[in-house]
Write a protein that binds this ligand. Sequence first.
Ligand code: BYC
Length: 332
Amino acid sequence: MVAVHTAEPGAPGELAERFEAVVAAEQRVEPRDWMPDAYRATLIRQIAQHAHSEIIGMQPEGNWLTRAPSLRRKAILLAKAQDEAGHGLYLYAAAETLGVDRAELTEKLISGRQKYSSIFNYPTLTFADVGVIGWLVDGAAICNQVPLCRCSYGPYARAMVRICKEESFHQRQGFELLMTLMRGTEAQQRMVQDAVDRWWWPSLMMFGPPDDDSPNTAQSMAWRIKRHTNDELRQRFVDMTLPQAQHLGVTLPDPELSWNEARGSWDFGEPDWSELQRVIKGQGPCNTQRIDRRRAAHEQGTWVREAAAAYASKRATAGKQATASKEKESDV
Ligand code: BYC
């Protein structure tokens, strides 16, 4: 059991009390407010990990951009990947309000000191994977992220509102793609079923380890960063997804799935938690490839960052000169 504390030992009493009162009253903690160091560190860890997931999450889908089966599907996929880049940027900006720099966070990602979601370490073998990512992965993301719109930290909560709106659009496009394939040939239907078989268990693992093995949940819930436990959200996802799977006509690869009348929920089997731990530790099918690609993109982008910084400093100097000459004019 993790010790839950809301105030920092030795924290300035009045400030700590105010922080606790704001959290308890469901108000927002803002960047200018005093906050416990551990609260700040937890938010940086979670928001950075979330931002990295959005950026790395473009890679599995990017694999299909040049091979989409039609112009329409290509335009949709391109727009989705662009949305994800945008989500990454909002989230890095939210993390920066906590006093960290985006360059530092990127450095930590590519040197393996910060994590990103386990789900993006699996390969996308067919175009049906694009649909299944939209349906299951974005569906899981929605279950996990809608409650984050009520997170106690203002900039993160506000970033999540727009992100969630776009995620639900992504989920519907995935479902629509899969419906189209399921109305197609037998080979297309088999392709969908194969993708569902490969992505189902990793999607359940996205919610994190089971509650009794989740060291951060108790404290994050006390601070109202997380609003539900990993297992609660996983159950919500299973309950939401089952009727959709039936509508699509696919089978979920879990023989233990059964409706529990008493609970009013679906019972389901245990994911292979050792697989989640292996993937988190860097031993998933695509971990090395994902980080190598991210590192290369970062290095190839050096000239863009340098040019943007030079342009910004030129504009700042021009702005200062314009203000100085205006002041001179008004002196005359
Ligand atoms: N993968 O105590 P726990 C998207 C780590 S983007 C990797 O339960 P916590 C999308 C965890 O960090 C999806 N690591 O932790 C994008 C911790 O290690 P550290 C990303 C995981 O933070 C593009 C340790 O295991 N979503 O949807 O209370 C296209 C113990 O876990 C994972 C977010 O980031 C995992 N699956 O809860 C399509 C949402 N699970 O950090 C879609 C925001 C756990 O102590 N994040 N770990 O070294 C969260 O809600 C929470 O951070 C988590 C984990 C539920 C993920």
